[in-house]
Design a protein around this ligand. Sequence first.
Ligand SMILES: Nc1ncnc2c1ncn2[C@@H]1O[C@H](COP(=O)(O)OP(=O)(O)OP(=O)(O)O)[C@@H](O)[C@H]1O
Ligand SMILES: [Mg+2]
Length: 235
Amino acid sequence: MLRIVDLCAGYGPLPVLRHVSLEVREGEVVCLVGANGAGKTTLLRAVSGVVRPQSGEVWFQGRSLVGLSPAAVVRLGVSHVPEGRHLFPELTVRDNLLLGAASLPEAWRRVQDTLQSVYALFPRLRERERQRAGTLSGGEQQMLAVGRALMARPRLLLVDEPSLGLAPVVAKSVFRALVEINRQGTTVLLVEQDLRSSLRMAHRGYVLENGRVVRSGTGRELLEDPQVRAAYLGV
Ligand SMILES: Nc1ncnc2c1ncn2[C@@H]1O[C@H](COP(=O)(O)OP(=O)(O)OP(=O)(O)O)[C@@H](O)[C@H]1O
Ligand SMILES: [Mg+2]
């Protein structure tokens, strides 16, 4: 579904991603892990059109995403839940969700159905639909960020550090929601610091170090890999 080939990307002349190749197959949850500054966020941004690749290829369902605007990438079926959530704090939960579909005629036609399915996934958002987003708890804000991305009815969901700053029990409920989203047919590329939880739920994973892929395998293979365990799990 997503194929990245020999991708180099960065900011200005500064290289961050160095010849990264990876793929995500339809129906998978693929997890991208690595230390702070490894380039995980940059990789998601290069897919969603926020960062323009310096060289290399990004293919989604056989179409090149290189050079497309973020809006064009969303229209093709790729939604990005950014690190830090980027909600509209003064707007209500409901209006934040509606904005996720507002610029997409296809998604807008089915907006009421999609809204109900997001509320079914996150009942907490339904209870708080008139509340301003800025007054939600951290966990609720993360649910809203994921829900807003789903309003575009994506085929592929890019999720950047959904567990950041959340209590373990709240993070777990966000991971459970991602598993359910995947079960309902959306492919997921997940960036996570919480290796244990994310590799457990992922079909496959990639380890990024200094902008390069240094390991890949099934979630279980990576969890059992001695070097991954030493470097990232402290065992
Ligand atoms: N807008 C930017 N301008 C310049 N450099 C940037 C910018 N954003 C990120 N970088 C640099 O790119 C490198 C990779 O950053 P990136 O955010 O992709 O890492 P990350 O793996 O997501 O890290 P973290 O786990 O801390 O979120 C870092 O050295 C960072 O300083
Ligand atoms: Mg990041």
